[in-house]
Ligand binder design. Structure first.
Ligand SMILES: C[C@@H](N)C(=O)N[C@H](C)C(=O)O
Ligand SMILES: [Zn+2]
Length: 263
């Protein structure tokens, strides 16, 4: 009888030990799953992330920019040149650039586009070179400072939102001649880049900026410089606009389409 009792007790002890062992194994597994979740489904998550190459093509291509194209990615330069544009910075070392809409120093107070390059359609660029030749033949040779050249349609929309006045900003639905690459905003400068006095600042939407303003609030010298700019640009095949002394359109602008090539 005692023998039977001892046998029973020893079986019970073995069963208990087995259960304890099973319990410990379960606890160890649970711990592994809780502490290393990424081992569980990490492989799947990694596969879900798109490869870096797919999500950053612009960064990769931008690294190919040459020193001449400091701010305009090469693929935009290519797109513009394919569409008949010329980079005015590549035309002559005599030019100066103060591309205002690439800075906050413009009437909107905001950066309108990201690059300080100056692109124009080939015909307009030829007119600019013709005008430069006229300026260089003078006893005291002069040159240009460019304020704005080609402007994508998206930039025109930003300008219109800031100042929706068709006397000074072209309606986006009509399209700006700048967006055709056939308009340019510029002023005269000495060879060393000093701007000549003009009736007003660039993009001053006051009556003094009008081409026909001859009032006494503007100096004689500034009015003469404005008239010289107008004469030279007209001789080089541009027309002027009544309200802005700095703005000129290359004849034939209607033949060129409005563009929205990124800038
Ligand atoms: C905003 C001014 N610089 C200008 O270029 N105006 C003309 C009319 C335009 O928007 O095309
Ligand atoms: Zn203009």
């Amino acid at each position: 009888m005692n023998n039977n009792f001892d046998k029973h007790q020893s079986i019970n002890k073995r069963v208990n030990r087995t259960w304890i062992a099973v319990l410990i194994i379960c606890l160890v597994f649970t711990g592994l799953i809780l502490f290393f979740p990424s081992q569980n489904n990490g492989g799947k998550e990694n596969n879900a992330i798109p490869p870096v190459k797919d999500i950053t093509p612009q960064i990769i291509e931008a690294s190919a920019i040459t020193s001449e194209q400091e701010t305009l990615p090469l693929f935009h330069d290519n797109a513009l040149k394919t569409a008949g544009f010329v980079n005015i910075k590549e035309l002559s070392p005599l030019f100066y650039f103060d591309i205002r809409y690439a800075t906050t120093n413009n009437f909107t107070g905001k950066v309108i586009y990201d690059t300080d390059q100056c692109y124009l359609q080939k015909e307009a660029s030829e007119g600019i070179l013709k005008a430069l030749k006229i300026l260089q033949k003078r006893d005291e040779p002069l040159t240009f400072i460019f304020y704005d050249c080609y402007r994508p349609q998206s930039a025109q929309e930003k300008l219109w939102l800031a100042y929706p006045n068709p006397s000074y900003v072209a309606r986006p639905e009509k399209g700006s001649r700048h967006s055709r690459g056939m308009a340019v905003d510029l002023t005269l400068a000495k060879q060393d880049g000093t701007p000549l006095p003009m009736p007003t600042e660039f993009d001053s939407f006051k009556k003094e900026a009008h081409m026909d303003y001859n009032g006494s609030s503007v100096s004689k010298e500034a009015l003469e410089n404005r008239d010289l700019l107008k004469k030279v640009m007209t001789e080089a095949g541009f027309t002027y606009t009544r309200t802005e002394w700095w703005h000129f359109d290359k004849t034939g602008w209607k033949q060129k389409p409005v563009q929205n090539i990124d800038f």
